[in-house]
Design a binder for this molecule. Structure first.
Ligand SMILES: Nc1ncnc2c1ncn2[C@@H]1O[C@H](COP(=O)(O)OP(=O)(O)OP(=O)(O)O)[C@@H](O)[C@H]1O
Ligand SMILES: [Mg+2]
Length: 492
């Protein structure tokens, strides 16, 4: 659940925000003044603050100033009525994320809030770049054991320790943004903001003003001054995604910021100084763009000092079972259910597919399969047709005898290396379950269920149940007595 702190002394504004946003995902927590809001923040830890510029008590701008003394990252959206717009613009220089004009356009309001919440998630969710699958502190990790991924981890570590500009290249969905966030979270700028801009998603004529801001009257429609991302993100890290799609004029300005730390707002002549780390990414071959004179050579060399090349998924197929497990865990945690298991045959098919959309596509396929799968296990039939069609089914191979979960070993069609490997996802699921029950005694709890189920499976036949469990009949009998299982079997 994401919490939005709404600081405004007007009760009808509080009421409309609740009506618009209160849901299973978002909670609106109101505060009637700046002072009250500031007091609430340390305990509430909101994901986002929305606050009025003009209030009784301290003003919105003063509230933001005080907030910034202890927290450089908390995202703040200012609300302003016509006439106080200049104050809202001043707030942007203090790192406010955006401002909204009253009366609200609800669609615009929802859009700004959704984009701020996404930016807040990017900033807060730490990304581990240790090759770990599970860790208490990290909500997200970069998963991979392939040699090419080891190089990625090494470079992420080096980049996190330095303040250098970096260029991340790789096909779509290979994890460029994830890696950029890992660098940020592990760098000394991690207490400062991180903002991501997709240069390809913003029309060319607007991008320059988005990045550098503009002065009032700079062009038709520029009715008020605007503060750009570079100024908003001062002392922080700016992730310039799809940098290959930038106009030459904007490239020139970026180069100047990199060289001198200064720029001018569009239509302005006052140099503005900033201290921003740039991490750029592209899925286009920039060398070719340079050859075609679409990308400035000097900017390319400046960005290319440290290059991190993300390998496509089809070149590290051994990581597919690891990633599959990771996503099964991730979505189980998200939905609060035990992770489903996946048949080795399903994994085999996933390992053979060429993955043009890389890890993002794999994640989508797993998410979809979790919705489609009817039982406890994900079957090949739960995969989308483009995968089953692309992967020729083996003709002679026998179907797997039992529904065993995926192994984390990179072995493809071969049987699992050892039963212990095989059982790992189930054990992990048990641990997830046990973690939410502080009083749980895991071994007796599991033992009781195993015995009960083995007896049910064999219709109460103790000889067969004991054989399946790998214990003697005498032991089984003792356990049945100890756990009081007999009655339960009879009730059924
Ligand atoms: N190595 C990895 N381990 C775990 N998750 C990953 C990995 N690589 C990518 N992902 C996940 O895949 C999805 C896509 O990753 P990301 O957005 O970083 O890719 P991208 O290279 O920026 O893609 P695009 O070029 O399409 O923007 C995200 O949900 C991300 O968390
Ligand atoms: Mg991306």
């Amino acid at each position: 659940m994401e919490k939005i702190l709404l600081i405004d002394d007007e009760t009808d504004v509080q009421y409309s925000f609740r009506r618009i946003f209160d849901s299973a995902e978002i909670e609106i927590v109101p505060a009637n003044s700046g002072e009250e809001g500031l007091k609430l923040i340390p305990k509430l830890k909101p994901n986002l603050v929305i606050m009025d510029v003009r209030m009784g008590g301290i003003s919105g701008l003063e509230t933001l100033r005080r907030l910034r003394q202890t927290d450089s990252k908390l995202l703040v959206i200012m609300m302003t009525a016509y006439g106080t717009t200049q104050t809202a613009i001043e707030a942007m220089k203090l790192g406010a994320y955006d401002y909204l004009l009253k009366p609200f356009d609800i669609a615009k309001l929802k859009e700004v809030v959704a984009s701020a919440l996404k930016a807040a998630r990017d900033m807060r969710q730490a990304v581990s770049f240790q090759p770990l699958l599970e860790s208490e502190d990290y909500e997200q990790g970069i998963v991979g054991r392939a040699a090419a991924m080891q190089d990625v981890f090494k470079l992420v570590g080096q980049l996190a320790a330095s303040d250098a500009t970096a260029l991340i290249t790789g096909e779509s969905g290979t994890g460029k943004e994830l890696v950029a966030r890992a660098v940020y979270h592990n760098s000394k700028r991690s207490t400062q903001p991180f903002l991501a801009i997709n240069c390809a998603a913003i029309p060319e004529n607007l991008l320059e003003s988005e990045l550098f801001g503009h002065e009032k009257g700079a062009f038709t429609g520029a009715t008020v001054q605007r503060i750009g991302k570079f100024e908003q993100c001062n002392h922080g890290t700016l992730f310039l995604d799809e940098i290959g799609d930038m106009s030459l004029a904007t490239q020139t300005k970026i180069l100047r910021v990199l060289q001198s730390g200064t720029f001018e707002r569009v239509g302005g002549n006052q140099p503005v100084s900033v201290d921003v780390r740039i991490i750029a990414a592209t899925n286009k071959p920039l060398e070719q763009a340079v050859a075609e004179r679409k990308f400035r050579e000097d900017l390319f060399y400046r960005l290319n000092v440290v290059r991190l090349a993300m390998p496509p998924l089809r070149e590290r197929r051994g990581d597919i079972p690891l990633l599959v497990n990771y996503f099964l865990q991730k979505y189980a945690r998200k939905h609060g259910t035990p992770p489903k298991v996946i048949l080795p045959e399903t994994v085999r098919q996933l390992e053979q597919y060429p993955w043009p959309g890389n890890v993002r596509e794999l994640e989508n396929v797993i998410q979809r399969a979790l919705v489609v799968a009817k039982g406890e296990a994900i079957l090949p039939a739960d995969l989308p047709p483009e995968i089953t069609r692309a992967v020729a089914a083996p003709k002679t191979e026998a179907a797997p005898a039992a529904t065993v979960p995926v192994t984390s070993a990179p072995a493809a069609a071969a049987p699992p290396a050892s039963p212990a490997d095989d059982i790992q996802p189930l054990v992990r699921a048990l641990f997830l379950w046990a973690r939410s029950r502080p009083d749980c005694k895991l071994i007796p709890a599991v033992e009781r269920e195993l015995i009960l189920n083995a007896l049910r499976e064999h219709r109460g036949n103790q000889v067969h149940a004991a054989r399946m469990l790998g214990i003697t009949r005498a032991t089984l009998r003792k356990r049945v007595e100890k756990f009081g299982i007999k009655q339960e079997l009879q009730v059924k």
